[in-house]
Design a protein around this ligand. Structure first.
Ligand SMILES: Nc1ncnc2c1ncn2[C@@H]1O[C@H](COP(=O)(O)OP(=O)(O)OP(=O)(O)O)[C@@H](O)[C@H]1O
Ligand SMILES: [Mg+2]
Length: 375
């Protein structure tokens, strides 16, 4: 796949492995919530027999933001996020949380750090022998908080996640979405400043996923909690993350504002993740080829946002092409709160038609991406 950005350069996208700040406007604190500085993780011995799961990651996670890290299975996402709370040791470089070098902490320091960092998981990790109330109370018990304080703390947390009436239920009596809500309440019990989420919605159906993402968004806004989440789904990032980093084979290949990365993907991994989120009809997906054959049509995604969203460009494109245009798929969505439309069209791959199209894109600033070729 190739991308054209006629007349339009990727605005805030940083180069591969570049750093980005995701502090929301107005945040003045100078120390980022999380800073990966050339951070790496090698499992097993150095040299042969070992495996580098995360390599040379430079990334800063801004205070109060929701930042997503997206990548395929095995890309190193879980390893990377677990380096933040010391569940994995850092074997090169550094990870700083609120300015503190995680790798330099002793046992006491790590325990105190983990009280400041909540974590939620794909399979919830609730204790089946404990009620919802007692699951949420667990981190407080471990921290040595007295029973009376625990009672005043857990009730409001269950209310916050909408499960005030399930205090006495056991995990086996709860739905997946309800279990994750309990997981979230438990993660918030020690008033953390950072919430880590490892594929927290991957085991849930789309509707429940949306409700959990809404809850995370509300917690982020109401409590000012910084959220760092990892996922393999563009949909999740698009729904709640203001900033995103794309990880591939242990390296960050692209990062920036979600809107910029989504509208101007710079790396093939990002494009692949986006293409799978585009929801091309199956019949179309199965016929797309990377190279043109004789008489083939080029399949192009047109991206509308900002100014271009309000101009009648598609009609003008048909006129400019002087060749027929098929509209194959389209959607108007919202990314990190901004409207965004995409339209998948095909037209003749004849060089003169393609040249006229590219000239039109350059003149109008319409962002496009060549998805491939169809017969
Ligand atoms: N304890 C370990 N020892 C050796 N290799 C490991 C270990 N844990 C993970 N790995 C390897 O590191 C790589 C990254 O694993 P990781 O679990 O971080 O990926 P991931 O992106 O979270 O994948 P998924 O989406 O499937 O959860 C994988 O190739 C994995 O096999
Ligand atoms: Mg994982």
């Amino acid at each position: 796949m190739t991308t054209q950005h006629p007349g339009q350069q990727a605005a805030a996208n940083t180069a591969a492995n570049g750093q980005f700040r995701s502090d929301p406007a107005g945040a003045t604190h100078s120390v980022p919530m999380v800073a990966f500085q050339g951070a790496g993780k090698r499992y097993g011995p150095a040299g042969e027999g070992g495996f580098t799961a995360v390599e040379s990651v430079d990334l800063t996670v801004g205070r109060g933001a929701i930042t997503g890290i997206i990548g395929r299975s095995g890309a190193g996402k879980s390893t990377l996020i677990r380096m933040v709370n010391g569940l994995e040791t850092v074997t090169s470089g550094k990870v700083l949380v609120d300015g503190v070098d995680v790798g330099a902490l002793g046992e006491d320091g790590l325990r105190s750090l983990r009280r400041q960092i909540g974590m939620i998981f794909q399979h919830f990790n609730l204790l089946s022998s404990r009620t919802a109330f007692d699951n949420v109370a667990l981190p407080l018990e471990i921290a040595g908080v007295d029973k009376k304080t625990i009672r005043t703390k857990v009730g409001p947390l269950l209310d916050l996640v909408g499960l005030g009436n399930k205090a006495g239920s056991y995990p086996s009596e709860l739905s997946g979405g309800q279990k994750q809500r309990i997981g979230i309440a438990r993660a918030l019990a020690t008033d953390p400043k950072l919430l880590l989420s490892d594929e927290a919605t991957s085991a849930l159906d789309p509707e429940t996923t949306q409700s959990i993402l809404e809850l995370l968004k509300r917690i982020n806004a109401e409590l000012g909690l910084t959220v760092l989440l990892i996922t393999h789904e563009m949909e999740v990032v698009k729904t709640i993350a203001s900033h995103v980093a794309v990880i591939d084979a242990g390296r960050i290949v692209e990062s920036g504002r979600t809107f910029d990365v989504y509208t101007h993907p710079q790396h093939d991994t990002t494009r692949t993740l986006l293409a799978s989120a585009l929801k091309l009809p199956q019949w179309l997906r199965s016929t797309v080829k990377p190279q043109p054959s004789a008489g083939a049509r080029v399949l192009v995604r047109l991206v509308f946002f900002g100014d271009t969203a309000f101009k009648p460009l598609t009609g003008r494109l048909v006129a400019e092409l002087d060749s027929d245009l098929n509209i194959l798929a389209g959607a108007i969505e919202e990314i990190a709160g901004e409207p965004f439309g995409s339209l998948v069209v095909s037209y003749s791959a004849e060089p003169d038609v393609v040249a006229r199209a590219n000239r039109f894109y350059a003149e109008t600033g319409l962002a496009t991406e060549v998805l491939g070729y169809v017969a």
